[in-house]
Design a protein around this ligand. Structure first.
Ligand code: CA
Length: 221
């Protein structure tokens, strides 16, 4: 799962990023409308947190542009307390929820979680393969009923594998899906993370699930 936050108050953006990191989300941060729209058009986000008053392109225009291009990522708008009409306009344009500034981070996280749950309900919230299960909401992973603790990146890689059971994933595909824009692609970093993941998922079990396809990538099989 990957989130996008578009907010021009740098301090607030930083704090939201810090909090999302603590919650274990993979996310991108944009500090103006142009950059934000650019991100939202090039990556399929699972939730977008969008401020309305933004430099270059405002939040309403961003919603309209995305929806007109059939980009249907759930959007939570951030609105100033005084601007009640913003909520109405935002929702009319196709936003899914709103939160009023100033807000508590608990509330923002709860709303993001609700949004992801709603989005995931349409798909599956618990993904399984053989004796492996991954719960996208509680973020718990089990193999053969044994709880396995994963870091954010390991979890994201495993989720990506589960979404692509039996398909070969190249290192660059994994990088693109699991890391954000600040990441400079190095194939050895992916190898390192795959090694970490194998240690937790496969080492203590007879049947190995993560397989190397020599010269190409990896696959869950
Ligand atoms: Ca603003």
């Amino acid at each position: 799962m990957r989130l996008l936050v578009i907010e021009d108050e740098k301090q607030l953006l930083k704090l939201i990023g810090k909090r999302l990191k603590e919650e274990g989300y993979v996310f991108d941060l944009a500090s103006d409308g142009k950059e934000g729209l650019n991100f939202a058009e090039s990556v399929e986000y699972d939730c977008i947190i969008l401020d309305i008053m933004l430099p270059f392109i405002d939040g309403f225009t961003i919603i309209q542009k995305l929806r007109s291009k059939n980009i249907n990522s759930p959007i939570i708008i951030l609105t100033a307390k005084s601007a009640i009409k913003d909520k109405v306009i935002g929702l009319d344009y196709g936003a899914d929820d709103y939160i009023t500034k100033p807000f508590s981070f608990e509330e923002l996280i709860a709303r993001i979680r609700a949004m992801l749950r709603r989005k995931l309900d349409e798909k599956e919230t618990v993904m399984t393969y053989e004796d492996l299960t991954l719960d996208l909401i509680s973020r718990e992973v089990y193999r053969n009923n044994i709880r396995i603790e994963l870091t954010t990146k390991e979890f994201a890689i495993l989720e990506y594998f589960l979404r692509n059971k039996g398909r070969i994933l190249t290192k660059s595909q994994i990088a693109e899906h699991v890391w954000n824009y600040e990441f400079v692609y190095q194939s050895n970093i992916i190898e390192v993370y795959i090694r970490y993941l194998r240690k937790k998922i496969d080492d203590n079990f007879e049947k190995k699930l993560i397989n190397t396809v020599r010269g190409v990538g990896y696959k869950l099989q």
